[in-house]
Design a protein around this ligand. Structure first.
Ligand SMILES: [Cu+2]
Length: 746
């Protein structure tokens, strides 16, 4: 149920199947099955042993859970907050009470509790936590964070034995290879309008300061794109132009999914004059203890309470990554199936899908209602990048990994003692995969309406309009080409030579075994699927507003995230791939974005056989990432760069890959794109007719697919034994591949 080692059948007859078949079977490798020395942990904790609705829900906006800056300086009217935040290994009681089974394995003889080893962000090891503490930043604040990696070496990696180097990866150069084996990390502020050098991109990773093997001198190893020598990242005021919920999490190459799974994730809120975070806000938004972030993440555990990361095993007996990783325990704010006692009043929930691969379709039911009928309206007031113009009343909220929903729930109509369960029914993978288990992953948390009403804080009435004006649809810059990109899914087949253990086989005889891995990728319509380290194919001129058309040729829904920008979702439309010409042909109605998608987003659900059209202004030069936010997809390897290119580039800047870092003064002078700065005569873009697509007729033959060379030809000796010498050989080969990728101009 929780793992998928084989591609499920395509849900419906789809014209995409032809194309998927074309992209499949990308390469055939032959491996010799050396003994894989990694122990493979297969026992997991039965999630039904975990007591539901006993763990009190922590509030990441409680004062004790919010970072305090180490210094605040105001100069020329600009506030600068400085922080030093580390990444530590610590432990946390995530599960709460767990039934303890007797020796017979069937009778419960008591309960036990576990301290689960985690990685956490914090200002000290003692205070590090999952989720990490919360940033709450006033608008127009310059935030400077010195990030300090304290995670030691990969030999002690928390997610061992599930992380063993590039063997685990299906694309070998998708793995950071630090010379001194430190755990690579790099924090990324998801949603941030951040300079490229502070963006926390996969090849900007850095390690703890470790004594060099030769020389004994402490060194921090850094990825090829790390340009911040002191690992102090700047989130300047343009990051926090208007109130929003961002989140920060690790993004290191090949370690993102496991670092985040281990706990390296936290929240980042900005307040502004409208959404003040106080009772004085004029929008009727609940505040104080009535505003509660919900970071939802599914996990799995070993029987002794350690985090377990789902995997598969190849014919050599080596651990390999799955196309998706689904847990069987739902956590909210770092607690399994928590409970929140609420007053009979309105609450504001800042919901984040922080899962590796799991979509969340959330709604509230009465605990006694076996029909699971929706029992409360989820009034959505905001999305990824801030407030909606008008609240959207919904019975359920659907989120893909990385997406946020800002919702208000009014508990005042419920009788004292009413219990409400937050449920989830999003299939895995979404939306044609396995159903949730109603007893485990179909439940998220519980609300009990039994706290006494605090009469000194009146229940606010939500305003009908939250912004002074509707959000105006961006106009693409004349002459700027539409960016046309695709989501692809290919398979790699590897043939292993393994000992023949069949009856009657001669001693020492060998036979072959085939291993098939699903490799999701991004690419272009012209070139088809490309590797992450292939040369950049998307360039947008600085300050241009560009439309992106994202064609999903796969069978699953993927949440596509663009770094740097806040975008608007324009529309969706079906497409087919012409069997004869290979051309992409749009068909059927253009479906404009509606409801809660009529707002500023940074992550969008792209549906199978559908082209999703978004528009954004690209107002900061540099290299950025766009990727699927299913962490297992982005690392495997559904991630690509894009570049925002200034018209005049000095030779020096060109050599640095256009990673220009404008001076602070320049940054302040840059136009800021935010709902707050929209002219009052703006109109709701949902009401506007969709724009003609610049590339509507521009379909491309696919015969030349993979014209761009990929780095897969440099695959190292994967599948070799995992003794330290073998690992070193693999690492050096992969490292060479990474640098070759850079040399090709990526
Ligand atoms: Cu994906």
């Amino acid at each position: 149920m929780s793992r998928r080692s084989r591609r499920r059948p395509v849900r419906k007859s789809s014209p995409m199947r032809t194309f998927v078949a074309l992209a499949a079977a990308e390469r055939l490798e032959v491996r010799t099955a050396f003994t894989c020395n990694m122990p493979v942990q297969e026992n997991t904790l039965d999630p039904l042993l975990i007591h539901k609705y006993e763990n009190p829900l922590p509030n990441p906006l409680d004062a004790a859970s919010v970072y305090r800056p180490s210094s605040v300086i105001t100069s020329r009217g600009v506030r600068t907050e400085s922080y030093t935040i580390g990444m530590y290994q610590t432990t946390q009681d995530i599960l709460g009470n767990v039934d303890l089974m007797g020796p017979d394995g069937t009778s419960v003889i008591g309960t036990t509790r576990f301290q689960t080893p985690i990685y956490g962000y914090g200002t000290s090891q003692a205070t590090a936590s999952f989720p990490g503490k919360t940033f709450v930043v006033p608008q127009n604040t310059n935030v400077s964070v010195h990030w300090v990696n304290q995670l030691g070496t990969v030999a002690n990696y928390l997610m061992n034995p599930y992380m063993d180097g590039s063997d685990m990866m299906n694309t070998p150069d998708m793995m950071a290879m630090p010379a001194n084996n430190g755990v690579p990390t790099v924090p990324h502020l998801h949603g941030g309008h951040t300079e490229s050098a502070s963006d926390g991109q996969p090849d900007q990773w850095f390690t703890q300061a470790l004594p060099e093997t030769v020389g004994g001198r402490a060194v921090i190893d850094r990825g090829p794109q790390a340009t911040k020598a002191n690992d102090t990242y700047v989130y300047d005021p343009s990051v926090n132009a208007a109130a929003h919920e961002y989140w920060y999490h690790d993004h290191a190459l090949g370690y993102t999914r496991t670092n985040v799974y281990a706990g390296l994730a936290g929240l980042y809120f900005t307040r502004d004059g409208l959404d003040t975070g106080t009772a004085a806000n004029k929008l009727g938004l609940p505040s104080g203890k009535y505003e509660v972030p919900l970071m939802i993440a599914d996990k799995m555990f070993t029987p002794d309470g350690q985090l377990y990361y789902p995997h598969q095993v190849d014919p050599a007996g080596c651990v390999r990554m799955l196309p998706e990783a689904f847990g069987d325990v739902m956590t909210v704010n770092g607690k399994a199936w928590p409970v929140m006692h609420v007053e009979p009043r309105a609450y504001r929930f800042r919901v984040l899908d922080g899962c590796d691969s799991r979509f969340l379709n959330l709604w509230l039911t009465r605990d006694t209602d076996t029909t699971l009928a929706p029992a409360a309206t989820l009034m959505q007031v905001g999305t990824d990048q801030g407030l909606l113009y008008k609240p959207v009343a919904q019975q359920n909220v659907l989120l893909g990994p990385g997406e946020r929903a800002d919702i208000v729930v009014d508990f005042s109509k419920f009788a004292p003692g009413t219990k409400l369960i937050m449920r989830n029914d999003a299939a895995t993978p979404y939306d044609g995969g396995d159903p949730v288990d109603p007893a485990t992953t179909g439940q998220v948390m519980e609300f009990i309406v039994d706290a006494p009403l605090t009469r000194s804080y009146p229940n606010p009435t939500l305003r009908a309009s939250l912004l002074p004006a509707a959000i105006r649809q961006l106009t693409p810059t004349r002459g700027q080409a539409t960016v046309q990109v695709g989501l692809f899914e290919s398979e790699i087949e590897e043939t292993f030579t393994v000992p023949d253990t069949s009856p009657g086989a001669a001693a020492g005889a060998t036979t072959t075994a085939t291993f098939t891995a699903i490799v999701p990728k991004l690419g272009t319509l012209e070139a088809g699927p490309l590797d992450y380290h292939d040369p950049n194919t998307e360039s947008i001129s600085l300050n241009n507003t560009a439309v992106w058309e994202i064609y999903n040729t796969t069978a699953d829904v993927h949440p596509v995230h663009l770094h740097l920008v806040a975008f608007q979702v324009l529309s969706r439309q079906d497409f087919t791939v012409n069997d004869v010409t290979g051309a992409y042909e749009k068909t059927g109605d253009v479906r404009p974005a509606t409801g809660s998608e009529v707002g500023w987003k940074d992550t969008v659900k792209t549906y199978p056989g559908t082209v999703t059209r978004i528009v954004a202004k690209f107002d900061r030069a540099g290299t950025y990432m766009w990727h699927c936010h299913i962490f297992s997809h982005e690392e495997n390897d559904m991630m690509r760069p894009f570049k925002v290119v200034a018209p005049v580039v000095t030779p020096k800047a060109a050599a640095l890959g256009s990673q220009t870092s404008p001076s602070l003064t320049t940054r302040f002078a840059m136009p800021q794109m935010s709902p707050m700065s929209m002219p009052p005569q703006a109109m709701a873009f949902s009401a506007m007719a969709p724009m003609p697509a610049a590339g509507d007729e521009g379909t491309q033959p696919t015969g030349q697919r993979r014209a761009v060379p990929t780095s897969s030809a440099t695959a190292g000796p994967r599948g070799a034994n995992t003794s330290s010498a073998g690992v070193l050989a693999v690492k050096s080969a992969v490292k060479a591949a990474v640098f070759q990728g850079l040399a090709r101009g990526n």
